[in-house]
Every structure is written in structure tokens, then in C-alpha cells.
Design a protein around this ligand. Structure first.
Ligand SMILES: Cc1cc2nc3c(=O)[nH]c(=O)nc-3n(C[C@H](O)[C@H](O)[C@H](O)COP(=O)(O)OP(=O)(O)OC[C@H]3O[C@@H](n4cnc5c(N)ncnc54)[C@H](O)[C@@H]3O)c2cc1C
Length: 273
């Protein structure tokens, strides 16, 4: 939709050209959410596209995803054969309640910054132990784990004027074995629960819970837990953290979290649930 309160669109080409932040400003990434509903409080958009950040960079330490990388570009990344975790990219890109038209425009960073419980790029990059780099409004930089970046439903650590620059995914996380489970109330509905397990060579388990809770939660087990230990770990999640909206009641989300977590544990442990 047209945002008829916008009087100015700025297109900086580098950090030095970023304008001083003022009330009524918003970063514009893909705009798939920004243009989807009225934004009467906004008067200026700061378009990120001319910053021209390389969308995806594979280096010796892992993968760097620019905040402005589109979901479609991430989905098309030809991953090195040793990245056993690569199927998660495909699985999480398809976990959007959105068509390919949204994929082509929506950015990975926009998804993190929306900080919705059903944000699949949050699920992916939290499970892959990604680390965000934030360009702070005061000119400094902050690095923070993706799992800590999102603090609640539509809440995150960004202060006004802070800009998410990139997410770095360590190579070790990309080489872990993975298991993915997602459930929604309808066949292509918004995720009611989206859980990802990753296992290392030592048999440890990192379980990332998203979708069912208002923010991503991680459970780490030094060795593959049995069903009882896993259930106990999930039961420690406070009921208040389960999300409540038309896409699922908290009690159902909790039940699905327990069920999907056990499926993941069984898959990674190589046993039938
Ligand atoms: C049909 C449809 C289906 C959708 N399905 C889902 C879904 O299943 N799950 C889901 O989570 N979302 C969904 N969305 C919401 C939204 O499209 C996605 O979250 C998308 O990834 C947002 O990315 P964007 O680049 O379009 O963000 P924009 O709309 O450009 O921005 C979103 C917000 O993030 C801020 N922002 C963007 N980039 C940065 C940055 N680098 N640093 C700081 N702030 C920034 C913007 O100022 C704005 O407040 C859907 C939207 C539509 C229209």
C-alpha cells in the first residue's frame, strides 16, 4: 500500500552517508512488511538497497549473510558439500507463510528485525549459532548471538537508529547434523512451532525452539539426552513464554514443542520414536 505520510526517501551508499536518525524514520529493506499496513507514524524511509552489501560471502570461517540478502538469494546459495546443515536453509525458506513473490523481496535482516515468533530466518540463524553485527546509532558496533537478538514478540535489542548489518554463521555449525520439524494449524499456515536440532561429532545436541515461544530458546546437552531428560529440559520453559494468537493456543504449542523435540531427538540419535 502507499505510505502517504512519507515525505522523503534517503538512499545512503555507505555508513558515512547514513543520515542522523530522527523521530519518524524507518529503515527500508524489502518493504514486504513495511508496505503491508499503514505506517502513520513514519515520515522518512532510509532505503538500504544502495548500500550494496554483498548478499552472501563464504569464507574460511563460515558464511556471512548481509542483512539485505533476500530470502530467495539465500535459498539459491550453492553450499559446499561439507555443509551437512545446508538442508536447513531450504527447509526454513519454505517455512514462510509467503509465496515466492515475498521471498524475492523480503530480506533475511528484515525477518530478524520484525522479530515475529514465526520468523523462519530467526529459526535458521539461531540454530546455526549465527552472530549479528549491529551498527549502533552512536557509531559503534555490537555483536550479539541471534538467539539473544530477539527478546520477545516483535521485540529485539535494537535501539532507535541501530542498523542490523550482517549475520556470521560459524563453519563448525554448518558441519553439524540437523533435524527440522515444523507444524501449523493449516497446511501452509503460519508456524505454530518450529524446532531445529543440531548434533556434533561428539554426540551433543543443540535444540532451538521457535514458533511456539515468543522468542527463540535454546537447550544444550553435552551428550544426546534420553527422552526423559529432553522432556525435563522442555518442561523448564516457563508457560508465559508460549505464544498465544490465532495460529495456536499456548497449551497446543507446548504439546507440539514436546512432541517435535522428541522426534528430533530420536532422529538425531538414530532411534525410532
Ligand atoms: C504475505 C506475507 C506473508 C508473510 N509471512 C511471514 C512469515 O511467515 N513469518 C514472518 O516472520 N514474517 C512474515 N511476513 C512479514 C515480512 O514479510 C517478513 O518478516 C520479511 O522477512 C520482512 O523483511 P523485509 O526485508 O521485507 O522487511 P521490511 O518490511 O523492509 O522491514 C521490516 C521491519 O524491519 C526493519 N528493518 C529492516 N531491515 C533492517 C535492518 N537491517 N536493520 C534494522 N531494522 C531493519 C524495518 O524498518 C521494519 O520496521 C509476511 C509478510 C507478508 C506480506
Amino acid at each position: 500500500m502507499d505510505l502517504n505520510t512519507i515525505t522523503e526517501v534517503v538512499r545512503p551508499r555507505n555508513r558515512a552517508e547514513l543520515p542522523s536518525w530522527k523521530a519518524g524514520d524507518a529503515w527500508l529493506a524489502g518493504g514486504t512488511w513495511l508496505f503491508s499496513e499503514p505506517q502513520a507514524q513514519l515520515s522518512r524511509l532510509i532505503d538500504l538497497s544502495d548500500l550494496a552489501w554483498p548478499p552472501l560471502t563464504i569464507g574460511e570461517h563460515g558464511l556471512t549473510v548481509a542483512a539485505t540478502c533476500s530470502v530467495a538469494a539465500l535459498d539459491e546459495l550453492p553450499c559446499p558439500a561439507e555443509w551437512t546443515a545446508a538442508p536447513l536453509i531450504d527447509q526454513c525458506c519454505r517455512a514462510f507463510l509467503a509465496s515466492f513473490k515475498i521471498w524475492k523481496t523480503a530480506t533475511v535482516g528484515g525477518n530478524l528485525c520484525m522479530s515475529l515468533p514465526a520468523g523462519p530466518m530467526i529459526s535458521l540463524l539461531a540454530a546455526l549459532e549465527g552472530v549479528c553485527t549491529i551498527w549502533k546509532n552512536d557509531g559503534s558496533e555490537q555483536r550479539i548471538a541471534v538467539v539473544d537478538f530477539v527478546t520477545g514478540n516483535n521485540r529485539n535489542v535494537l535501539a532507535p537508529g541501530d542498523l542490523l548489518r550482517q549475520i556470521d554463521v560459524p563453519l563448525a555449525a554448518l558441519k553439524r547434523r540437523t533435524a527440522f520439524r515444523q507444524i501449523a494449524l493449516t497446511p501452509v499456515g503460519r508456524s505454530g512451532a518450529l524446532l531445529i536440532g543440531t548434533a556434533g561429532r561428539d554426540g551433543d545436541l543443540l535444540l532451538t525452539v521457535t514458533g511456539s515461544t515468543i522468542r527463540p530458546l535454546q537447550l544444550r546437552f553435552a551428550a544426546m539426552p534420553d527422552a526423559v531428560a529432553l522432556r525435563a529440559g522442555i518442561s523448564d520453559i516457563p508457560d508465559a513464554l508460549y505464544h498465544d494468537d490465532v495460529h495456536g493456543k499456548p497449551a497446543w504449542r507446548k504439546a507440539m514443542t514436546l512432541r517435535l523435540a522428541e522426534e528430533i531427538r530420536a532422529e538425531l540419535a538414530g532411534v525410532r520414536p
